[in-house]
Design a binder for this molecule. Structure first.
Ligand SMILES: *Cc1c(COP(=O)(O)O)cnc(C)c1O
Length: 427
């Protein structure tokens, strides 16, 4: 054999060294340089996740019900713990998936099937969402032969429920709310969406991917977090990522349903092939046992106390960022009033995307938001020890950007977002 496929195997020690070296140019998240992608609570939590993952790395969630009662048990526990956090009664049920995208896909598929049984005449079922919704819903709709109708948001960048109501048609099968939305970290008015969903008899999905696990603990600390979960009548399903604010290993999210009847619509079953019945509640077939085990272990390792500690740290860090912005001045501020630890900041007097470039030159990896222009940050515990350094660098970046040009602020960037070096992108 020639080319890159090796003829002879190599010792692990050599590979481990090579792989460690490969990380050299990666995002330096251990020093909090990142704005997204990585959720690291502490080395202890990472160790627990790693050990638990390894313990079940070879087991397969596809066979969980019969072959791996261990995984069935842990997945059941994880769902039950989330159900309690999200104010579900005993009817609420759910399944673990590989991530937010799959959870949203599974919920959307269920909503489509739910509607199909009641309104089979709808050829292309529609989903009404605010402009701030995560693209995972569009991706799901694309795969599922559905259509997303995005509605302009309110002045405070939250979902405009009146406008969403006006966008509901006989083809609408799902309303979609975020708690919070990715870009600005704002929780949509879920209670109003719940009323609308009941009034129009459509499925309401709450995308709590980024907030679902930790938001209840932020609320415990006394921060005002509005009801966004099963406490709201009309909510049919919720997605919550364990590999984000659950601080579990990657490949772990959950989708919860109001009751077994809603969940049943997420099942795919087929039996016209030699092996007989194939039936799953997820898009994935084979599912990593490690991701289930790591989520279970991290939730038990941290407990409510541990998650409250994380919530306290990230909310205090958010405050230090906000104070830093106020000190820097020039009208810099967090956009709107995010409830949690995901924020974006900017200001009309500063070319914030030029500031992002200057921050990047200083070794940070700023998230970028296009509208309103801003720098995005998902605050995690690793950001706490570096937030002052971040704010200092930000102050320098702002001076630099201001010196570099009032010129860029006006005409330059307005029409040219797409081609600009700092044009925001998600990945
Ligand atoms: C991250 C995220 C998703 C998608 O989750 P993945 O785990 O990346 O698939 C969906 N919605 C929101 C609000 C998110 O933050």
């Amino acid at each position: 054999m020639s080319g890159t496929f090796p003829e002879h195997g190599r010792p692990w020690s050599e590979l481990a060294a090579e792989m460690a070296a490969l990380k050299r140019d990666d995002l330096d998240w251990r020093r909090g340089r990142h704005a997204a992608y990585v959720w690291h609570a502490s080395d202890d939590v990472e160790h627990v996740a790693q050990q638990a993952y390894t313990l079940f790395m070879t087991e397969n969630g596809l066979g969980a019900p019969r072959a791996f009662p261990s995984l069935r048990r842990m997945e059941g526990d994880v769902v039950t713990m989330l159900r309690e956090l999200l104010h579900g009664d005993a009817q609420v049920c759910g399944q673990m998936t590989s991530g937010g995208t799959e959870s949203i896909f599974v919920a959307t598929h269920a909503a489509r099937e739910w509607a199909r049984r009641r309104r089979p005449e709808v050829a292309v079922p529609e989903i009404v969402a605010s402009w701030s919704a995560h693209p995972a819903i569009d991706k799901a709709a694309h795969y599922l032969g559905m259509r997303v109708v995005r509605v302009p948001w309110r002045a405070d960048f939250r979902a405009d429920v009146g406008a969403m109501a006006a966008a509901v048609t006989p083809r609408t099968v799902m309303l979609y709310g975020s708690a919070p939305a990715y870009s600005l970290g704002l929780i949509d008015p879920i209670a109003d969406l719940g009323l609308l969903a009941q009034e129009r008899d459509v499925w309401l999905h709450v995308d709590a991917c980024v907030g679902g696990v930790l938001a209840p603990f932020v609320r415990d600390l006394g921060y005002p977090v509005p009801a966004f979960d099963f406490a709201v009548p009309g909510v049919a399903s919720i997605s919550a990522d364990l590999h984000k604010s659950g601080y579990a290993a990657k490949g772990a999210s959950a989708v919860l349903f109001r009751d077994a009847e809603h969940q049943a619509c997420s099942r795919y079953a087929f039996d016209d092939w030699p092996t007989g019945l194939y039936s799953t509640l997820t898009m994935a077939g084979t599912r990593p046992g490690g991701a289930i085990a790591a989520a279970w272990a991290v939730m038990h390792f941290l407990g409510a106390e541990g998650y409250r500690g994380i919530a306290r740290t990230v909310m205090a860090t958010r405050q230090r960022l906000a104070d830093g912005l106020a000190r820097i001045g020039h009208g810099l501020h967090v956009w709107s009033d995010p409830e949690l630890y995901a924020v974006a900041y900017g200001g009309d007097a500063v070319d914030i995307l030029a500031v992002a470039d200057a921050l990047a030159a200083r070794g940070w990896w700023p998230g970028r938001v296009r509208e309103p222009r801003g720098i995005h940050l998902m605050i995690t515990p690793v950001h706490a020890p570096v937030i002052d350094e971040y704010v200092d660098d930000l102050a320098a970046a702002v001076s630099e950007a201001r010196a570099a040009g009032a010129a860029a602020l006006g005409a330059g960037r307005a029409g040219g977002m797409r081609g600009a070096a700092s044009a925001p992108r998600y990945n």
